[in-house]
Design a protein around this ligand. Sequence first.
Ligand SMILES: Cc1cc2nc3c(=O)[nH]c(=O)nc-3n(C[C@H](O)[C@H](O)[C@H](O)COP(=O)(O)OP(=O)(O)OC[C@H]3O[C@@H](n4cnc5c(N)ncnc54)[C@H](O)[C@@H]3O)c2cc1C
Ligand code: FES
Length: 274
Amino acid sequence: MNPYVPRIAVIESIVDETPDIKTFRLRITDGGFSFVPGQFVMVSVLGVGESAISISSHPDDAEKFIEISVRKVGNVTGSLFRLKPGDKVGVRGPFGNGWPVDKAVGKDLLIVGGGCGQGALRPLILDVLRHRDRYGRVEILYGARTPQDLMFKYEHDVWASVPQGCLLLTVDRVPPGVEWKHNVGVVTRLFEHVTVDPANSLVCICGPEIMMHFAVKGLLSMGFKESQIYLSMERRMKCGVGKCGHCQIGGKYVCKDGPIFTYEELKLEPDKIL
Ligand SMILES: Cc1cc2nc3c(=O)[nH]c(=O)nc-3n(C[C@H](O)[C@H](O)[C@H](O)COP(=O)(O)OP(=O)(O)OC[C@H]3O[C@@H](n4cnc5c(N)ncnc54)[C@H](O)[C@@H]3O)c2cc1C
Ligand code: FES
């Protein structure tokens, strides 16, 4: 299959997650699609352009549909927001490496998400739910600006009920009149509640770079090793296949070598991104 030629996908349904994030369920019209949690697709709107978006659904469903959760920030994402069920988009990919699901077998997992980054982590969380016996203890920490900015609210009860696991939520602020029974403060404030064993665990993080910077600092001080901390990086993408150089971080291409890197790999890059 030519990686530069988009496949046509029909929008089957759209869920309003937050005021500026929607989840689109897409059916690839020419069949067969497979991916691993953490990979992304290049989604195009005819006549507008293309954007890199993480797949937010589970690989087991990919024969029937994939989901993408999109924050409206500009041209392409704005155009996506104007589409309706039945409309068509282009999809290239999947691209990138994915979360270390094989390395995580038998280990504890700490999943740390911030804002829209939770979209890239959801396939991993769904994998825990569907294949619970593969993983040890699983703790999910998720932070957003306000309660209404949390994605996948309709699934939180299920995430929270994972045996040998927990879901801890936090927001930066609670607007007046909004009921909120969870934490307030940045997501790293939740680290004091973490009980996974640093000696036998992996950490998967996706969110704004400033959040990932402080998360890495906190985790290292808690005894996690640089090689145990996996981060999903976002860079401007064009080709998606390691040819154009648009997405480079130091000597690495985010589209091909990433988007998921260990902190051990990233700290060697000259940009000092985190
Ligand atoms: C591997 C990867 C996975 C991603 N996953 C998701 C996802 O699941 N959901 C989602 O909503 N977005 C995701 N993004 C970001 C998404 O690609 C951009 O927000 C999108 O391309 C913006 O396109 P636009 O035409 O709407 O905005 P533009 O009109 O091009 O830009 C609007 C604003 O957004 C900024 N911007 C554009 N692209 C990026 C980028 N890559 N990173 C940071 N800022 C950017 C611009 O600087 C500008 O300020 C991902 C990016 C990468 C590289
Ligand atoms: S987007 Fe072209 S090299 Fe990564």
